[in-house]
Design a protein. Structure first.
Length: 308
């Protein structure tokens, strides 16, 4: 729950840890166009002198979001400039971790940058539509519902912490949840949550998985029972409108059931490949495989995003 979608192009340099010798600037910033790799390049210098003959590997991750890691090799394009092509799955704030080697020493440098969307214009979107996935619309109402769900969950955590802590600890806990509340309202974060869920639900259906009415209701009842333990959650849902809330949640839980089946596939595959592994290792490997699959799935979909 944390990303600010800024529409900005420019150079961002983040100095490395102590003992750093290289200075790195991003020279060419890619744009986001679905299913299309874009050029990205970095200028590497030392004492203002371009550095040649380096080996450079780059790992890309979305800042404070779980879209997995994309890795590419960069080749020297001109003196001190190393370039490659990368297909990033969506616009937003990204970071690149560069592993720079001169044959004897290796150094890591972290660079942050912002990716704009490509050619799509707001005129392509009907009023109230913020994005589409393979033509399926994501609306402002969808974002508002996800914001409300985040608010309910944070309110539950606040409630639990108020019962658990006192004094300075309580003050620090409430400050933390204040920060989370602000982050949870970020439209880019909300959109990412929706895209992740819908993308993997589509993949589940492609793999032949289904969500029966009984499975959906069972999962929905789990959620209802969880909310029943929290007076503040019950009050918020009542204010929202219980009938409307649970009708939307039922649709959400169909996607949740489908996604859980893809997650179970990952666990089963990891267990089969690592029969002697402990459960903690299995879960860790399965999560890594799931995130890699998520990146691949998002990249394969026709996702269009309106200006938020």
């Amino acid at each position: 729950m944390k990303k600010i979608l800024a529409f900005l192009m420019g150079l961002f340099v983040l100095s490395g840890c102590g003992g750093s010798t290289y200075d790195v600037e991003i020279a060419d910033v890619p744009t986001f166009i679905p299913d299309e790799a874009q050029k990205i390049s970095f200028k590497i210098t030392k004492g203002n002198k371009p550095q040649t003959g380096l080996e450079v590997e780059a790992s890309f991750e979305m800042e404070k979001m779980d879209h997995g890691t994309i890795e590419i090799s960069l080749k020297e394009q001109e003196e001190g400039v190393y370039a490659g092509e990368v297909a990033l799955p969506m616009e937003g704030d990204w970071q690149a971790l560069l592993l720079i080697s001169n044959g004897s020493d290796t150094e890591e440098k972290l660079v942050t940058f912002t990716v704009n969307k490509g050619e799509a214009s707001a005129a392509e979107f009907p009023e109230g539509v913020v994005a589409t996935i393979n033509g399926d619309e994501i609306t402002t109402e969808d974002l508002e519902f996800y914001e409300f769900i985040n608010h309910v969950q944070i309110a539950m955590y606040r409630e639990a912490d108020k019962a658990k802590y006192k004094g300075k600890e309580l003050e620090e806990a409430m400050k933390y949840w204040d920060e989370q509340e602000k982050a949870a309202k970020n439209k880019s974060t909300l959109l990412t949550q929706i895209i992740r869920l819908r993308a993997m639900a589509l993949l589940a259906e492609e793999k032949g998985h289904t969500a029966s009415e009984g499975e959906v209701l069972a999962k929905l009842n789990e959620t209802k029972n969880m909310y029943k333990t929290s007076p503040v959650a019950q009050q918020l849902i009542k204010e929202f409108g219980e009938e409307k809330f649970w009708a939307i949640q039922e649709k959400q839980h169909k996607a949740i059931v489908l996604v859980s089946k893809v997650q179970q596939d990952m666990i089963d595959n990891v267990k089969k490949a690592n029969p002697k592994a402990e459960s903690k290792e299995i879960n860790m490997l399965a999560q890594k495989k799931y995130e890699e699959l998520l990146v691949s799935q998002v990249s394969s979909l026709d996702i269009k995003i309106n200006q938020l």
